[in-house]
Design a protein around this ligand. Structure first.
Ligand code: ADP
Ligand code: ZN
Ligand code: ZN
Length: 702
């Protein structure tokens, strides 16, 4: 039987090889190599999704080429199993974007393309299950493609002169240009985005509106719908972010790809949405690190947005009060078009920023007398107060006073953080690996019962505030208090409704909110970021504090920000106090230039993970020596510096030891050229070590 079978199949294969055969090259989400050739039943266009056999499995892939001859002997080439036609083929420009991302970030094309699709468009079972009839999109068709259009109800304010100038400058662009909209907090950047979007919609184009985070800013989604939906037949607004259920994500994706939705509001993933009529891209808070994906394809959605806009020859607007130094450099050199909004849109001043030197002060539970007094006055006046502390939990560590024991995470080289719990025992939690344990009743080492929390997180601050201001209504917004779906929105609604007097929060509260009753912002423990090892730490601290400071006094007069610090003379704080982004950025750029750091150098980071640190370091040492061993294969090596492999600052996370190797060059093409060779050779280099590794181009943290 078996021999008959195989003879039969050989015969069948033989019959099928001949003139007129059609081949497709398919991108699949498999490691290492990702392009595979198949025989097509008929011409299948580039961008079409297909189901193909792969080993014993079947996989969904994307046709990226129609080669004249397959890369394998024709008799070895297998047949395409199914052509998926429930969505239009992915457009050419989408394929170009994916190809660019794959090349630039050194990843196989299939590993770039497939993960960007909604799950059901890349899952074989969605098409081959018993109940399926034509795939998830066909089944979806009976339901409306997007949420219903709203009528424009929001009253648009008259633009001020600066806004009008920016809108006119953007609308005048007929070809590609990157525009930096540099506007202080509260300057009305959103209004500029909306007008620019309206102009693009009026031209029949689609608009991609990217934000770092959507769940936290329902206000924006609301005004977008109110102002842009239904505009001159422009259809609806679709929303795309990782918090959506797959069905919702699929609907948004399909309606955008079909051009039914004209505006896409989305987080970083939306840069990969197929938009056939894309005419304008907006990247709000362009400096925000959330635009960087931290796993898988480690891409910068902002950078890809700029690339995509250039590829499509359309404008892209990058907006921020504190642009990244990468972007600022281009604005300074004239490469980007800069539009400045120097004034707040409403007739309110920027908040006054006060530095309180905490070195010689008698602090009360972390609060300076100045801050307590200012809070009292604001509360008295019926204003709201925001206390900003970027550290959740009750206390960062629990400590035994008699023997020095500290609450170390057993899996990581990090402390386990003390959390209080309303209804169960207090617990220790590691913020790196998620390890949890209940708080020991006595010291595990010496038995002493006197375990003390050291330092403070948002929970402890909330507790202190309750004793300092017993009559105030206090709310805390951080990752813990907003774990349940919808709870963040509920808490923010309470703040907006004036049902909260004091809001305590992490950076979750800093982003984008237009608090109307907020008069004072107090910043605790900013110094923690001041001496971080990362060369971008000051830039990030400046942006973070500027943003949180920008929540103060947006509607009430005389807004104030109090920053408690042991180092008031530091240039970051001095610049903040003067609201001097320009001074800070230009000084920062000069410094980076002098020492050859980004944006004057280009970097990549090879990170290795292993059970034994020695393995991780040995692999990196091997990778580092590759260019010396094979100098013929690395013509660009002289322009590239490979630093010594070093363990990460938090070397062990979840029992895995981690080390890194930094690669740097003053020339981006040289680095790119080097990396493409290097990444090809890394798999061989890793053989023999028990390591996992990943390569990150343009890393944000080093
Ligand atoms: P940004 O994003 O620059 O921090 P927003 O876009 O949130 O600032 O605008 C701040 C506030 O100013 C909002 O309440 C907005 O409605 C209001 N605003 C914007 N433009 C104008 C204008 N031209 N006239 C009056 N108010 C405006
Ligand atoms: Zn002890
Ligand atoms: Zn841990």
């Amino acid at each position: 039987m078996a021999s008959h079978d195989s003879k039969d199949s050989r015969q069948r294969v033989h019959d099928q090889v001949g003139v007129g055969d059609m081949w497709v090259r398919v991108a699949l989400d498999v490691p290492l190599r990702s392009l595979f050739d198949y025989r097509a039943p008929h011409l299948i266009g580039i961008g079409t999704r297909v189901i193909v056999p792969f080993g014993r499995r079947k996989l969904v892939g994307v046709v990226v080429d129609n080669p004249d001859t397959p890369a394998l002997a024709p008799e070895l080439v297998r047949d395409v199993d199914q052509v998926l036609d429930d969505t239009p083929p992915l457009p050419e420009d989408w394929i170009r974007l994916a190809r660019f991302a794959a090349q630039y970030y050194q990843r196989p094309l299939g590993e770039v393309m497939l993960p960007t699709l909604p799950v059901s468009l890349r899952r074989v079972s969605a098409y081959q299950g018993k109940r399926s009839a034509g795939g998830p999109v066909h089944r979806m068709d009976r339901r409306p493609g997007t949420s219903p259009a709203h009528v424009a109800t929001d009253n648009a304010p008259d633009l001020n002169a600066e806004q009008a100038q920016a809108v006119a400058a953007i609308a005048a662009l007929k070809t590609h240009k990157t525009v930096l909209l540099h506007g202080v907090t509260g300057s009305g950047k959103t209004e500029v985005y909306l007008r620019a979007a309206q102009a693009a919609l009026a031209q029949g184009r689609q608009v991609l509106f990217m934000v770092p985070e959507i769940n936290l800013t329902p206000q924006l989604e609301h005004s977008l719908r109110a102002r842009l939906s239904g505009l001159a037949g422009s259809g609806t607004v679709a929303v795309l972010h990782s918090g959506l259920a797959d069905g919702e994500r699929l609907r948004a994706w399909v309606s955008i790809q079909r051009g039914q939705a004209r505006v896409l509001l989305g987080t970083r993933m939306s840069v990969f949405a197929p938009m056939p009529a894309l005419g304008l891209i907006i990247v709000d808070e362009e400096h925000d690190t959330s635009y960087k994906q931290q796993e898988g394809l480690r891409y910068s959605a902002r950078d890809l947005a700029v690339w995509r806009a250039r590829d499509l020859d359309i404008p892209v607007v990058l907006g921020s009060a504190t642009p990244s130094l990468e972007t600022w450099r281009h604005a300074e050199s004239g490469h980007y078009l800069r539009c400045t909004l120097a004034q707040r849109a409403r007739a309110v001043e920027l908040p006054r920023i006060r530095l309180v030197d905490t070195r010689r002060l008698a602090m009360e539970q972390g609060f300076s007398p100045q801050l307590i007094e200012a809070m009292g006055q604001r509360l008295e006046a019926g204003e709201q107060v925001l206390i900003y502390l970027n550290r959740r939990g009750y206390a960062p560590v629990l400590n035994c006073a008699s023997c020095g024991w500290v609450s170390q995470c057993p899996r990581c080289t990090a402390y386990a953080v003390l959390h209080k719990s309303g209804h169960r025992r207090n617990y220790l939690q590691c913020h790196h690996c998620g390890y949890q344990a209940s708080v020991p009743r006595s010291c595990p080492d010496c038995g002493d019962q006197d375990l003390k929390p050291m330092g403070r997180g948002t929970q402890r601050v909330e507790e202190h505030l309750g004793t300092l201001f017993p009559d105030a209504r206090i709310a805390r917004i951080d990752a813990d208090s907003t774990r349940l779906k919808g709870s963040a929105q509920a808490l923010f609604s309470k703040v907006h409704a004036g049902e909260v007097d004091i809001l305590v929060g992490t950076q979750m509260v800093a982003k984008g909110h237009d608090f109307t009753g907020l008069g004072l912002v107090g910043v605790l423990n900013a110094d923690a970021m001041l001496f971080a090892q990362d060369f971008r730490a000051p830039e990030r601290l400046f942006a973070q504090l500027m943003q949180v400071a920008g929540r103060a006094g947006r509607h009430v007069k005389g807004g104030e920000v109090i920053i408690q610090t042991d180092y008031p003379e530091q240039s970051v704080y001095q610049a903040l106090q003067r609201h001097d982004y320009l001074g800070f950025a230009n000084y920062g750029l000069a410094e980076r230039k002098a020492v050859g750091l980004p944006p004057y150098a280009y970097q990549a980071l090879l990170t290795a993970e292993a059970r034994e640190l020695a393995d991780a370091l040995a692999f990196l040492a091997g990778a580092r020596s590759l260019p010396e061993q094979h100098s013929d294969r690395y013509p660009s090596a002289p322009d590239v510096t490979l630093y010594d492999p070093v363990p990460l600052r938090i070397v062990r996370v979840a029992h895995v030891e981690r080390a890194q190797l930094l690669v740097e060059s003053a020339h981006r093409p040289a680095l790119q050229h080097f990396l493409s060779r290097w990444s090809d050779e890394l798999p061989d280099c890793a053989r023999g070590f028990k390591v996992r590794y990943h390569l990150e181009v343009d890393p944000l943290e080093i």
